[in-house]
Design a protein around this ligand. Sequence first.
Ligand SMILES: Cc1ncc(COP(=O)(O)O)c(C=O)c1O
Length: 375
Amino acid sequence: MADLLQAYRQACAQRARQDRLRRLPGRDAGLRADFSHNDYLSLSQHPQVIHAAQEAAARWGAGATGSRLLSGDYGLLADFETEIARSKGSEAALIYVSGYQANATALSALLDAKILGAAPQVFADRLNHASLHHACQLAGVRQQRYRHCDLDHLETLLLQSDANAPKFIVSETVFGMDGDRVDVTALAALAQRYDALLYLDDAHATGIFGPQGYGLGNAHPNTVVMGTFSKAIGASGAYLACSQTIADYLVNHSTGFIYSTTPAPAAIAAARAAWQLLPTLNETRAQLLRTAADVRARLQAAGYDTGASDTHILPVILGDDGKTLALRDALLARGIKVSAIRPPTVPPNGARLRIALAASHTQAQIDALLEGFGA
Ligand SMILES: Cc1ncc(COP(=O)(O)O)c(C=O)c1O
């Protein structure tokens, strides 16, 4: 046991030497503005969303207390899934406890070589979220990673692939650490041309982009879209929008769906209330994106590298870990909270401050942010 603990201690010490030791921060008191969270539409604080959560807890209890397959639906899930499928234009939808769990255990189930009858080939954007990598690891699949959002590179890899192998293309729609977007229409066309299943992670687009804010991932029998309730929806949990065949398969093969307690009623009721509000928030979305464009232009004018961001997520790419931490701390000293993101979450030399803009940020808070950057 001592050796084992020593190994873990050394792993943390190694991180500390690289200036990359993660520690759980406390709540920052006296903040002037918080740009570190993903409550992009501020729906976690919306009275209707909070009320829905309170009512659901009062009616069904604090927890779901059993798994969906064994204990059934407490009265919200199936209706909400029907609404999600209608909003996404898909045949079916399935609700999961979290986006991480949905990605890791739905995608890995879809990649099962025994079921497919052959080893699948997976083409994945280099900057995909950790949960998508985890799914491939779980399935024992080696990914072919194409350059970020580079669909020519993806097509080169597809052209070299085994024509008979089952193929999967996996991508985020809006990239969470870069704030840029892949061309979903072109990606879907490639998937169709090469007869691949397209798996899209719509986590950061949900609520902000697409018709009525329902995301960028489009319904198609060969497309699976995952969206979380944990970001712009302001609650927790996640959905998969897919064909009925895939939903039926996942209910039988996705371990995270089968062997996990159903999401709590309050979380799902809150998510559903927020989901129903999305079509009313067109102006809020437009304003958020206008503000983002302004902030981006000011940061760029001050000489900062904001990468290819064209959304409400603004990376300020500094490259060096130490510089990134120093600027984060300097901002925090002014009461401005932004996240410092370092490798391995981003590629080597890609350390950055991640600014997540939200509808509730006031002009005074935005001004304070820009002042902190000297922009
Ligand atoms: C792109 C992406 N996918 C999936 C997830 C996981 O979602 P959840 O927070 O619901 O587990 C996240 C959240 O960090 C994310 O950024």
